[in-house]
Design a protein around this ligand. Structure first.
Ligand code: UT7
Length: 352
């Protein structure tokens, strides 16, 4: 663990009185590298047409998805998505596993209940000098983890924090349920946070949750409320349960409102924002958010067509796909809505 002062301290000796003043500059957490990984195997709309009563036109017009990536290899889990994403990030930054102080994984599909997927991924990555833990906030998981990781860096106690969003959604999707199986895919994305004193990085977040929304989107069994049993398996209670229309209604206003609130709170106008990086659940929800923010659609990162909804991974996967179009100083707004309900928006000033 690296110690780092939370403020850069500059001593000024003012001559006549020889008094000492302390100028303090706030430390922010800058994103200094990205990594991502999606499995090779594709599940296309044409494939799904053979599995359930659906069609390509319906899926594309209602959701924007054409194909998703699926981790099919037996014995592979969410940590196996995390590992290549983080390896790529380390390589990009030119650092090794022992340089990491903390690793946080946002996921709803952990390898197992415990230990955490972050613990398991660190062991596979050879990260030995860090502490690690998971965060569960469904589709908003990456924003929750990013805000947590940023606070650790801002505190001055940690220099290099890796924040990962990763989900093997195929492990909890019922491929006989046409209302959910068309939506989700597998993937992982990771960012590295490091201290910055020039005002780059994570500048503000508004995060919200409302557990009364659970009834519309949840997994019925497997937890302490309904431990696994023959009955829960027979009743298919270990899969995603979603009331699509109800979730849509909350998501479309929730994500747009919180992104707008973030702009208002920070005096950001549409022309100040280079990119909106929205959670990729439904193209129609994304369009509504961009409209509320007054953003033209060429400022919206979009990759739902190729990966579907990868839950905690959508936002870092977008950053990875658009990395060559990001410029130092760009104001970007990340926004998400998901199970819980959880939702939020984060303002990042791009550092490289
Ligand atoms: O990321 C986590 C948060 N989740 C979300 O943000 C998801 C929010 N919800 C949604 O994105 C949308 O509600 C869905 C994409 C899930 C569904 O779209 P929708 O426009 O809300 O469709 P719907 O559920 O109202 O269904 C419309 C019709 C129904 O038929 P009837 O009752 O009108 O005859 C469905 O049975 O479409 C039917 N349908 C399908 N048809 C073909 C439902 N699924 C399919 C399908 N293929 N896969």
């Amino acid at each position: 663990m690296g110690m780092y002062p939370s403020f850069s301290q500059v001593s000024i000796f003012s001559c006549p009185h020889r008094s000492i003043q302390l100028m303090r500059t706030k430390i922010t957490a800058a994103i200094t590298a990205i990594g991502a990984y999606v499995p090779e195997d594709r599940l296309t709309n044409a494939d799904l047409e053979k599995m359930v009563d659906t069609n390509d036109e319906w899926i594309r017009s209602r959701t924007g998805v054409s194909e998703r990536r699926i981790l099919r290899e037996p014995g592979k889990a969410t940590s196996d998505l995390v590992v290549p994403a983080v390896q790529r990030l380390l390589e990009k930054r030119g650092i090794g596993p022992d340089d990491i102080d903390c690793l946080i994984v946002a996921t709803v599909t952990p390898d197992m209940f415990f230990p955490s997927t972050a613990n398991l991924a660190c062991a596979k990555l050879g990260i030995r000098n860090a502490w690690s833990f998971d965060i569960l906030a469904a589709c908003s998981g990456f924003l929750y983890a990013l805000t947590t990781g940023a606070a650790l860096v801002e505190s001055g106690r940690y220099r290099r924090v890796v924040v990962v969003g990763a989900d093997k959604m195929s492990s909890i999707v019922d491929y006989s349920d046409r209302t959910t199986c068309i939506l989700f895919g597998d993937g992982a994305g990771a960012v590295l946070l490091e201290p910055n004193i020039e005002g780059y990085g994570v500048l503000d977040s508004i995060l919200k949750s409302d557990g009364s929304g659970a009834k519309h989107l949840h997994m019925k069994a497997g937890g302490s409320l309904r431990p696994p049993s023959i009955e829960t398996v027979t009743n298919k209670e270990h899969y995603i349960y979603q009331e699509g229309q109800a979730v849509f209604k909350f998501a479309v206003t929730g994500m747009a409102d919180v992104a707008y609130e973030l702009m208002q709170r920070n005096g950001l106008e549409a022309e100040d924002i280079a990119w909106l990086v929205p959670h990729q659940a439904n193209k129609r929800i994304i369009d509504a958010t961009a409209n509320r923010m007054g953003l033209s659609h060429d400022k919206v990162m979009l990759n739902i067509e190729h990966y579907g909804n990868t839950t905690a991974a959508t936002i870092p996967l977008c950053l990875w796909d658009y990395r060559k179009q990001l410029n130092k100083g760009d104001n970007i707004v990340l926004a998400a809505f998901g199970g819980g309900f959880t939702w939020g928006a984060t303002w990042v000033k791009w550092e490289y």
